[in-house]
Design a binder for this molecule. Structure first.
Ligand code: AMP
Ligand code: MG
Length: 359
């Protein structure tokens, strides 16, 4: 084969990858296929991409490697399995049964998430609380029949909030009367960890997982360089292609929480979103409008992105400094400033005013 022909084929493959990775633009974090020169192999460029609707969100997975097609099949099956198990929108899911009956023996998957959630409830001083479910129901976020509750209604469900009252041991969970759990703040991160494990099983060279606002970068890009992950601009959420900054990263989860992901506007024109401050029962309004966590664990990143959104900038910074977990944050505040923790200094580019949170 002539050198010219080889170059043409390589360019064609690069274009294909740009198209495949470009389809992440409707998510909170998006991954660009912009690429630098670097080592490439036929194996890396064997790719397969899937769009899936599950867990109440649009998802895209892209696999690179000789087993790309088989890995994508297995990943799609796994997402559907987890959706059936965890969705509070499905009456026969394991979590719905737990919420309806008040107690249940649960699967290994649910047990891993509930165990992590209960630990994080303690560590975040209650900011991450899966027992927020009755509040979600009251606002109509579970049924999409939205309603602004009265103070009286809120007070009656706030009595049920508090993960410390969930009794959990082995595979058995018991709730107090009227309590319920909602894994919506952690399940997508757990799912992306599971998909990463599948990618490893299938020997993929690299892969991208985008589940709603959650991106998991498996390995580096097929050409060996870092992925460029765009964080959706919360000040311009109706233009998903607009990003507030771009992070260069590999082999990690990049998970963003934002009010724009799910919200409704009341008759008097006020917008209410789905990230609840468990102390008040109201959507969290503590100055943060977008919170991104970067860590190896998708499950941790998912839970913490929700938690730091609730905490606000000062408490989130203090939490990061004292936490035993290994993670970094990108926080945007309502005055249009961005704060990153020092581990991301140099790898996050933005045109907004940028501040570095130091240890
Ligand atoms: P995320 O998009 O990851 O920030 O998660 C938001 C989802 O987590 C909501 O749709 C609820 O299902 C759930 N949730 C809301 N507030 C909280 C909270 N304070 N702690 C734990 N889960 C929450
Ligand atoms: Mg979350």
């Amino acid at each position: 084969m002539s050198l010219k022909l080889k170059t043409k084929i390589l360019i064609l493959f690069m274009c294909l990858i740009c198209i495949l990775t470009g389809c992440f633009s409707s998510e909170s974090s998006s991954v660009s296929g912009e690429t630098s020169s670097g080592p490439s192999s036929a194996e890396a460029f064997h790719s397969c991409s899937r769009d899936i609707f599950a867990m109440d969100t649009y998802m895209t997975i892209t696999c690179y490697g000789v087993n790309a097609e088989a890995a994508a099949d297995a990943a799609e099956a796994e997402i559907k399995r987890l959706d059936d198990l965890l969705s509070v929108g499905k009456a026969d899911s394991e979590i719905s049964r737990l919420n309806n009956e008040g107690s249940a023996n649960i699967s290994e998957d649910s047990a891993i998430m509930i165990r992590e959630a209960l630990e994080l409830f303690e560590e975040t001083d209650g900011a991450f609380d899966i027992a927020v479910y009755p509040v979600m129901v009251l606002w109509g976020f579970t049924s999409h029949e939205y309603h602004v509750p009265t103070q009286e209604e809120l007070e009656s469900v706030l009595k049920l909030v508090g993960s410390d009252r969930i009794v959990f041991s082995g595979d058995s969970v018991r709730l107090e009367n009227g309590q319920g759990v909602d894994l919506g703040g952690i399940a997508k991160g757990y799912a992306s960890d599971r998909l990463s494990a599948i990618f490893e099983e299938y020997g993929l060279v690299s892969g991208l997982i985008s589940l709603g606002g959650n991106v998991q970068l498996y390995g580096a890009k097929p050409d060996g360089s870092s992925w460029r992950c765009g964080i959706r601009d919360p000040l311009d959420p109706d233009s998903p292609e607009n990003v507030c900054g771009v992070l260069s990263a590999e082999n990690c989860a990049v998970i963003t929480s934002g009010a724009y992901e799910r919200n409704f506007t009341s008759e008097d024109g006020i917008s209410y979103h789905h990230i609840i401050d468990p102390r008040t029962g109201f959507p969290a309004e503590n100055g943060i409008i977008s919170s991104t966590i970067v860590s190896e664990s998708g499950m941790l990143a998912d839970a913490l992105s929700t938690a730091v959104y609730v905490m606000g900038l000062d408490n989130a910074s203090e939490f990061w400094r004292s936490s035993a977990h290994d993670f970094d944050m990108i926080l945007m505040t309502d005055d249009g400033e961005i704060y990153i923790t020092e581990g991301l200094d140099g790898s996050f580019k933005t045109s907004y005013p940028l501040h570095v949170i130091k240890q």
